[in-house]
Design a protein around this ligand. Structure first.
Ligand code: ADP
Ligand code: MG
Length: 419
């Protein structure tokens, strides 16, 4: 660790940041009046909101270890460097969706960024039954723009390769995904935990060699297919919304990987919100109606992704892949090629989706949608549906032809009495 690094505290923060003009320009110079609170509900870092006479700012600082586990699990401060680099690229590739960055200090692992004032973490809103009007459209487009504009469809190959090489060094965070997401759920790994009662279902998953091998095959793609810069952790805890505005935070897991990765992780978290609804809504009509809305968001997200990707394909394809000299310049259609690429992205997304559904019930970091259900019997029943739906998605990822087939499958599993 860097010898000058020191974690911020509530008391020291104002003095320590008072001479940074990029920060005082946003919130004012009168640092003795700053109000500081720590809001980091995340698993890894410190997050402070600082309110000054002229405005608010968020200060996010990496700790030299994993926050939820403690200093027994060291983790590089440089995750802030990758988060900063990803935030900058998100802004270039799809302006206005990630918080603006005002200041970055690599030695301190510190980023000063726009405070999303009225926005709440989407996961909490989904648990509370609160809708967001533009959700599917914003996230679908964001995933498509990141996928396309970080790839060899769009970037100059030299820039792309340099960028891949920069992000390949985010290896400690990639290692977390490689282990906790792709591997630990499928054997009795040390940090795992699961709800009582699920053992028979877990046995089915762990004995399924075909499924496990498909997961490892997806891991092969995760480590080798540097198709584009992915956010890397686009679950509903990395999305902040008001009723009608949607933003994306926390890209510290950014890496160059499969174009379908973010889309798949995003859909998985909506499916878990969907399947956990029976535990969160008392009124059955409200429950059904909110569940229908979540499925609609999934469909809108995927449709927005395809539409935007198609639009970029036709209007902004200028990299080395599928060049115009081979198609348009020959008077030939690109329909076949585009469909091939979209199918590849969709299949990877479905596969990642199933895997994410598994790791959230079996590995270290569970999601609140299920974890907040106090009735253990009900929780295990709902998680069992989730685990078996995840299995189905991994096994059939190449055969699900469109998003409505996936949402129909989800509705079917939502009715199943498994435990
Ligand atoms: P971690 O990487 O440790 O998971 P996050 O980036 O997810 O940290 O941030 C933790 C929490 O801090 C978020 O859940 C959110 O409540 C709050 N937060 C993070 N960034 C912002 C922001 N730009 N504006 C407002 N709140 C934020
Ligand atoms: Mg994080």
């Amino acid at each position: 660790m860097n010898k000058n690094y020191s974690a911020l505290t509530l008391d020291e923060l104002p003095k320590r940041l008072s001479s940074i003009t990029a920060i005082t320009d946003q919130i004012g110079t009168d640092f003795s009046e700053w109000k500081v609170t720590e809001v980091g509900d995340g698993n890894l870092n410190l997050v402070f909101i600082v309110i000054g006479s002229n405005g608010k700012i968020v200060i996010k600082q990496a700790l030299p270890y994993v926050r939820v586990v403690g200093d027994s699990w060291p983790l590089t401060l440089d995750r802030a460097f990758f988060e900063y680099n990803a935030l900058v690229r998100q802004e270039q590739r799809d302006p206005g969706i990630a918080p603006s960055v005002f200041y970055f200090d690599r030695e301190q692992g510190l980023i000063a960024m726009e405070c999303l004032d009225n926005h709440k973490i989407l996961r909490g809103k989904l648990i509370a039954g609160e809708k967001v009007s533009n959700l599917g459209d914003v996230i679908g487009k964001h995933c498509a723009r990141l996928a396309f504009k970080g790839s060899d469809f769009y970037m100059q190959t030299k820039d792309k390769k340099n960028d891949v090489s920069l992000f390949q060094n985010n290896l400690e965070l990639m290692a977390i995904t490689e282990t906790l997401v792709f591997t630990d759920p499928y054997y009795e790994a040390e940090m795992n935990n699961h709800t009582e009662g699920l053992d028979p279902i877990i046995k089915i998953l762990r004995e399924d060699v075909e499924m496990k091998s498909k997961v490892q095959y997806m891991l092969l793609k995760f480590t080798s297919n540097t198709e584009t810069m992915c956010h890397g952790d686009l679950h509903s805890g990395s999305i902040m919304c008001t009723e009608n505005d949607t933003k994306v935070i926390d890209p510290e897991f950014a890496f160059y990987g499969p174009m379908g990765f973010d889309l798949g992780m995003n859909i998985a978290n909506y499916l878990m919100a969907f399947l956990s609804q029976p535990a969160h809504r008392n009124n059955p009509n409200e429950m059904k109606s909110f569940q229908r809305w979540i499925l609609k968001v999934i469909e809108e997200t995927v449709n927005a992704f395809f539409e935007e990707f198609t639009n970029l394909w036709h209007n902004s394809r200028r990299g080395i892949l599928f060049p115009k000299c081979l198609y348009e310049d020959q008077g030939q259609s690109t329909d076949y090629a585009l469909n091939l690429v979209l199918k590849h992205i969709f299949n990877d997304a479905i596969s990642v989706c199933g895997i994410e559904m598994h790791r959230r019930c079996l590995s270290l970091a569970h999601n609140a949608d299920f974890e907040q259900i106090e009735d253990v019997i009900l929780r295990s029943k709902l998680e069992a549906r989730n685990l078996l739906l995840g299995r189905e998605l991994i096994l059939c990822s190449n055969n699900i032809k469109d998003i409505s087939e996936l949402t129909s499958l989800a509705s079917k599993f939502n009715e199943r009495n498994i435990l």
